[in-house]
Design a binder for this molecule. Structure first.
Ligand SMILES: NC(=O)c1ccc[n+]([C@@H]2O[C@H](COP(=O)([O-])OP(=O)(O)OC[C@H]3O[C@@H](n4cnc5c(N)ncnc54)[C@H](OP(=O)(O)O)[C@@H]3O)[C@@H](O)[C@H]2O)c1
Length: 337
């Protein structure tokens, strides 16, 4: 089978197409013929050496993918041949609170990921995907979808009448917009692009704020909420925006700490307004299988569709990563096999 693997070093230049034998599923394992993957900013971080500087090569990158069950090992009870399935982002977090093992079970680093014609996973690390989705759409769910689900629904408990601030128009952001609207919230979307703001308004965003034209967007959030502040801010940018997110929040509001697009260490974080306002900072680590399954039920029932910006072929995988790196995408970038 053909795979893309990182060979002997980091960087997209070291990501090459290679041949490996088709893996054979052992007891309770499932062989999946891959149909589509979606790319996440984390995949670029793994390829660039940010997440696992001591990684052993070769590694097949990419955490998120969907495929069809092509063979099952002995004692497999949860799936049958032909089922359309997706791997869970962590193969070792089914439900409840995470333990430190969840980190050892991440697809696309440290475990081999989905950018291969076939993959073998334990049946416990798989879920069925909603039938109405295309393969590319279904491939968007494991990381970006579940992250937004944990932030908005499972931990965020966003409810009708709440105001939610979403930063940007990338993969996590657009899922968060969809889930917040589903729960009856008012959503303020920040973007650096007028064109993307126009597109996001068609997805149901209630207020659009350009963080370029309005760098003091926290003040704009306060104005839009008549001085009350947002109930919930999804912090996707990280270092550069955390103080503004605190300023944009209402007293007793919540910030979901998700992204690090502007860096992973925060200097000059203002503690005083955070505790004076009794802001709840909630770390988000994608999510577990139980959240993935709950999200799929909601997506299937409401016939939601992830926003796919562009698809590439398997052979064009490097081009797909370079496109993601440029940051001009709206929603998800996918590779269809
Ligand atoms: N903790 C977790 O569980 C978890 C899970 C998934 C992702 N993440 C992290 O979350 C972040 C977003 O991931 P993603 O996959 O959604 O990324 P993505 O698809 O690449 O989206 C990035 C978008 O962020 C927006 N952006 C950039 N700088 C901004 C700023 N200063 N203010 C507001 N928006 C800004 C841009 O939108 P515009 O072009 O519209 O401005 C850009 O398109 C990444 O750091 C990723 O590593 C964390």
């Amino acid at each position: 089978m053909k795979v893309f693997e990182l060979q002997n070093g980091f960087g997209l230049d070291r990501l090459v197409m290679a041949e490996r034998p088709i893996p054979v599923p052992g007891p309770r394992e499932v062989l999946i013929k891959m149909r589509a993957v979606s790319l996440n900013s984390r995949d670029l971080g793994v390829i660039g050496g940010f997440y696992y500087p001591d990684m052993k090569f070769p590694l097949i990158p990419v955490s998120d993918g969907v495929g069809e069950v092509a063979a099952v090992g002995e004692q497999v009870a949860r799936f049958r041949m032909g089922d359309r399935v997706s791997g869970t982002f962590s193969q070792r977090w089914i439900s409840g609170e995470p333990t430190k093992e969840w980190l050892d079970g991440l697809l696309g680093g440290p475990l081999d990921g989905m950018l291969a014609e076939y993959a073998v996973l334990h049946e416990d690390g798989l879920v069925r995907v909603p039938e109405h989705l295309t393969d590319a759409e279904a491939a968007c769910l494991p990381c970006a979808g579940v992250t937004a689900w944990q932030a908005v629904v499972a931990e965020g408990r966003v409810k009708a009448g709440d105001t939610v601030v979403v930063q940007g128009t990338g993969g996590v952001a657009l899922f968060a917009l969809q889930f917040a609207k589903l729960n009856g919230a008012r959503v303020i979307v920040l973007s650096g692009s007028e064109d993307k703001l126009e597109r996001v308004s068609r997805l149901g965003a209630d207020h659009l704020v350009s963080y370029r034209a309005t760098p003091d967007w926290d003040e704009e959030v306060q104005r839009l909420t008549n001085g009350r502040g947002a109930d919930h801010v999804l912090e996707l940018v990280g270092a550069a925006t955390l103080n503004r997110s605190v300023a944009a929040c209402r007293f007793g509001g919540q910030i979901s700490l998700i992204g690090l697009l502007s860096g992973h260490e925060v200097e000059n974080f203002r503690l005083v307004p955070t505790f004076q306002k009794r802001i709840r900072l909630q770390g988000i680590n994608v999510g577990n299988r139980e959240m993935f399954e709950a999200m799929n039920r909601a997506i299937a029932f409401h016939r939601l569709r992830p926003v796919v910006d562009r698809t590439f072929s398997f052979e064009q995988s490097l081009e797909a990563f370079r496109y993601l790196e440029k940051g001009t995408h709206f929603g998800k970038v996918c590779i269809v096999f």
